[in-house]
Design a protein around this ligand. Structure first.
Ligand code: ZN
Ligand code: ZN
Length: 361
């Protein structure tokens, strides 16, 4: 029987359990695992920073192949590769009705079920998954689904943050100097995204010195990389000023999740600068921020959490349009069998892997 990794609670190991497959219900699809990413959010769940009631099959970056459809679909066939999103917006609240379903106030998830209840394979960390057909985004055959799995969550997260910037009339075509704080998957994709916008200076800042991450950021188009271990904030800020005519950054992306990074981001921005903040996903504490700076510099701060199916579609389009990046994306992968999930989490927690993915077998 196929396996799923069952979450047992914070700071506990996953248990590998076998469950039978059933026929997908109406409007549902049965998917076979190709790759399921371990995201920063999953690490937060495991260390107790995000409360989830066990037992659950967590994981929200499932990429799989359609095995069976519970209803006919206009867009999907058996054998297609898809990214499954877990988000189930209510479609009725004010947010949903005004194009903000990513921030639905009654948001549901597909991976909330008890694994001991049918159809067992609710979430991402299983050899199979049941998802509503409308939660599936097709990956064209010309894209390796494993490649698509790498930034399935992080890429869509970044694209959503930029879509909010567009909706706020930020002129993304004329950015000249941008900063990305943090070089985890969200930061890495932000670098690639800014480089695709032909931004002249894409400056990346990483907390810990890490040769591999720095090489990757360079391959994704970063023009300058600083490490807070090696470089002082004054050096970094001085560089940003020097390439921006003394002004500061046009736009910064907070992708580190570190609370102190927020103050530094505020400092690095120019007057009327734009701060995208998709990276503070768990409570990292408070900071002494003088609100006067926001007024005085007339800053534009845009928070962003979650993403919609349209953002995943945009992400897949990005992959189609940036094929030269695929080998770089593939080089980020460290792959584990689903049954080795505890080792995968241990290594991911220690920062050994750039992107951890689980595969079947
Ligand atoms: Zn995620
Ligand atoms: Zn809603």
């Amino acid at each position: 029987m196929p396996k799923a990794a069952v979450y047992q609670g914070a700071n506990k190991e996953f248990e590998i359990r076998e469950f039978p497959l059933t026929k997908p219900q109406k409007d549902m699809a049965l998917l076979r695992l190709v790759a399921s990413g371990v995201c920063g959010t999953d690490l937060h769940i495991l260390n107790g920073k995000l409360g989830i009631e066990p037992p659950k099959v967590i994981g929200h970056e499932f990429v799989g192949e359609v095995v069976e459809l519970g209803s006919e679909s206009d867009t999907l066939n058996v054998g297609d590769n898809v990214i499954a999103t877990i988000a189930v917006p209510c479609e009725e609240c004010l947010l949903c009705k005004t194009g903000d379903d990513a921030n639905c106030v009654n948001m549901g998830v597909t991976n909330g079920g008890n694994p001991y209840d049918e159809p067992h394979f609710w979430g991402g960390f299983g050899e199979y998954n049941y998802s509503p057909i409308k939660n599936l985004v097709k990956i064209p055959k010309s894209i390796n689904p494993k490649t698509a799995s790498v930034f399935a969550c992080a890429g869509s997260t970044v694209i959503h943050a930029f879509s909010l910037a567009k909706r706020a009339n930020v002129d993304l075509e004329n950015l000249k100097t941008c900063v990305v704080q943090g070089l985890g998957p969200v930061g890495m994709f932000a670098v690639a995204y800014l480089a695709s916008l032909k931004v002249e200076n894409v400056i990346a800042i990483t907390g810990r010195e890490n040769k591999k991450r720095e090489e990757l950021a360079k391959s994704f188009g970063s023009t300058k990389i600083f490490s807070l271990e090696k470089n002082t904030f004054e050096e970094i800020d001085g560089y940003i000023k020097s390439v921006s005519g003394g002004l500061g950054a046009d736009l910064a992306v907070e992708a580190s999740g570190n609370k102190d990074a927020f103050l530094q981001g505020i400092d690095m921005l120019r007057n009327r600068g734009v701060y995208l903040v998709p990276g503070q996903y768990s409570n990292s504490g408070t900071i002494p921020l003088p609100p006067q700076v926001i007024t005085f510099k007339a800053l534009h701060i845009i928070g962003s959490s979650q993403y919609s199916a349209v953002d995943i579609e945009e992400y897949v389009k990005f992959l189609e349009e940036n094929r030269d990046l695929h080998p770089v994306i593939d080089s980020m992968i460290t792959e584990y069998l689903l049954s080795d999930i505890n080792k995968a989490f241990e290594n991911a927690k220690q920062g050994k892997n750039v992107k951890t993915i689980l595969v079947g077998g």
